[in-house]
Design a protein around this ligand. Structure first.
Ligand code: ATP
Ligand code: MG
Length: 504
């Protein structure tokens, strides 16, 4: 029997390590034993790492994904069609990488960071591996600055902080992408760079999104990573990791980044397809057992770095599509548990015209309120509760005049709150405008006005403030506070404004 005493163990280990490194050199070339469906099995690359870039003949590339005992499963990334059995495969010792840096701003790239916008080569000197271990807790600090979305319902009730991960979840066609676009548009002057990762979407939808951003003069701070519906599963699988690597470069330079994954349900489906082709055993809903690990590994990389590490941040807004509002199926529950909260969108609201169709009862932001500005905090404190009361009492509304005073007050206020929170897409608000409207709502200044005319009144009042009381707006935009003199000035101006208008 071998002698496993401590003394002997050390020399045994040293021997093992020596043979390990010499083995590596020998095994950096392997052979394709089978290929098909975007997957190759390769024999002889025993030392390949998970995610390692592998080179095939004729410029084809692949990524090692399944590390089995005798052979490895490789997903083919570029020019995979020409690969055949018996081809030589070279290990590179490097994980798959993408170009990063400011050269990517205003560009549309594929999952490997190659330009697909016809604007020529991307002049970037630096590349980063698409997989990386997330910063540890010691490098992080808690979320302490808001990421303003320009949407009243979100900034007031489900505030997002820089470095937070907030899920946008809802059925198809409920305005999920619209929220993400508004959040991007709102970063125009904030200095926050944005990465939009489109996974499995129609190229035409992505093109129209890019067009919208360009139209709003908001594309110069955005990178779009597009792995379209026509791409094979490997591209879809890689895309969010590539986007995250691009975002990380800026975060490490001390900058703030917003990244959107639209959407991770399609990402999960792509990964499931790959895993089945790699003959991994399927688990719940046929997803591979490590799908939770996959998404947590991705989203964990979004964080707020502490000052010693530059203070940069990545705010992640993953999107998940549900079927018939079911948030308890596998992928939604996984991602809900990985993120710091969710914005839940409801088809019924959407169809009733209550857009953005946010269910304020099921939506939550677990860390963002710490990052809300003092002004926003002041005007939104009671909003969520007043909406909850409203929904609870809504069934009594049909009794009309027989209602007691309290119920009537709840219904009046609630109906106005719902109306104020409606917002057309592609028209994000400035913080000052959100604060003014929410203040008037909170102070009961809207209770006696007709619900149908609220939008018109509020927008003309804001124009009036801009014109006549510009210093108020400036204060709100620069100081982000709402001292009582200013809130009184706003409510008094509103009374003046109403008295002089035909709305009163
Ligand atoms: P999909 O599931 O197809 O990805 P989605 O949930 O991302 O859909 P969007 O594409 O954002 O939904 O929106 C669906 C449609 O509703 C679009 O035509 C969009 O312009 C419109 N829409 C979204 N939000 C609003 C809004 N706040 N006001 C008016 N229209 C809106
Ligand atoms: Mg969408």
């Amino acid at each position: 029997m071998a002698d496993y005493s401590v003394k002997n163990l050390a020399s045994l280990l040293t021997k093992e390590i020596e043979s390990f490194s010499s083995f590596h050199e020998e095994s950096s070339v392997g052979t394709v034993i089978s290929v098909g469906d975007g997957i190759a099995r390769v024999y002889g690359l025993k030392q390949a790492m998970l995610g390692e870039l592998l080179l095939f003949p004729n410029g084809a590339t692949g990524m090692a994904l399944n590390l089995d005992q005798d052979d490895i499963g490789v997903v083919l990334l570029e020019n995979g069609d020409a690969i055949k059995e018996g081809d030589e495969v070279k290990a590179t010792g490097r994980v798959v990488e993408v170009p990063v840096g400011d050269a990517l701003l205003g560009r549309v790239v594929n999952a490997l960071g190659k330009p697909i916008d016809g604007l020529g080569e991307i002049k970037s000197e630096k590349r980063r591996p698409i997989e990386r271990v997330a910063p540890g807790v010691m490098k992080r600090e808690s979320v302490n600055r808001p990421l303003f979305t320009g949407l009243k319902a979100i900034d007031s009730m489900i505030p997002i902080g820089r470095g937070q991960r907030e899920l946008i979840i809802g059925d198809r066609q409920t305005g999920k992408t619209a929220i993400a676009i508004d959040a991007i548009l709102s970063q125009k002057k904030s200095g926050v760079k944005c990465v939009y990762v489109a996974i499995g979407q129609k190229d035409s939808s992505v093109a129209s999104l890019v067009h919208k951003l360009k139209e709003a003069d908001s594309f110069s701070y955005v990178t779009v990573v597009n792995a379209g519906a026509s791409e094979a599963s490997p591209e879809l699988y890689v895309a969010p990791f590539a986007g995250m690597a691009i975002a990380e470069e800026w975060m490490e330079k001390g900058e703030d980044v917003l990244i959107i994954f639209d959407d991770l349900s399609k990402h999960a489906v792509a990964y499931r397809a790959l895993s089945l082709l790699l003959r991994r055993s399927p688990g719940r809903e046929a997803y591979p057992g490590d799908i939770f690990y996959l998404h947590s590994r991705l989203l964990e990389r979004a964080c707020k770095l502490s000052k010693e590490y530059g203070g940069g941040s990545i705010t992640a807004l993953p999107i998940v599509e549900t079927q018939a509002g079911d948030i308890s199926s596998y992928i939604p529950t996984n991602i809900i548990s990985i993120t710091d909260g969710q914005i839940f969108l409801v088809t019924d609201y959407f169809n009733e015209g209550q857009r953005p169709a946010i269910d304020s009862g099921l939506s939550v932001s677990r860390v963002g309120s710490a990052a809300q500005t003092p002004a926003m905090k002041k005007v939104s404190a009671s909003l969520k509760i007043s909406l909850a009361n409203y929904r609870e009492n809504l069934s009594f509304a049909q009794f009309g005049s027989d209602l007691d005073k309290d119920t009537k007050r709840i219904l009046t206020r609630g109906a106005r709150a719902m109306e104020v929170l409606k917002q057309t897409n592609f028209q994000p608000y400035k913080e000052s405008q959100e604060v003014v409207e929410l203040l008037l709502l909170q102070e009961g200044k809207l209770d006696n006005l007709k619900v149908e005319s609220l939008h018109e009144i509020l927008s003309s009042f804001f124009a009036f403030l801009l014109d006549q009381h510009h210093q108020i707006i400036e204060h709100l935009e620069q100081e982000h506070t709402l001292p009582s003199e200013i809130s009184e000035e706003i409510t008094n101006s509103f009374d003046d404004f109403l008295a002089r208008s035909e709305y009163a």
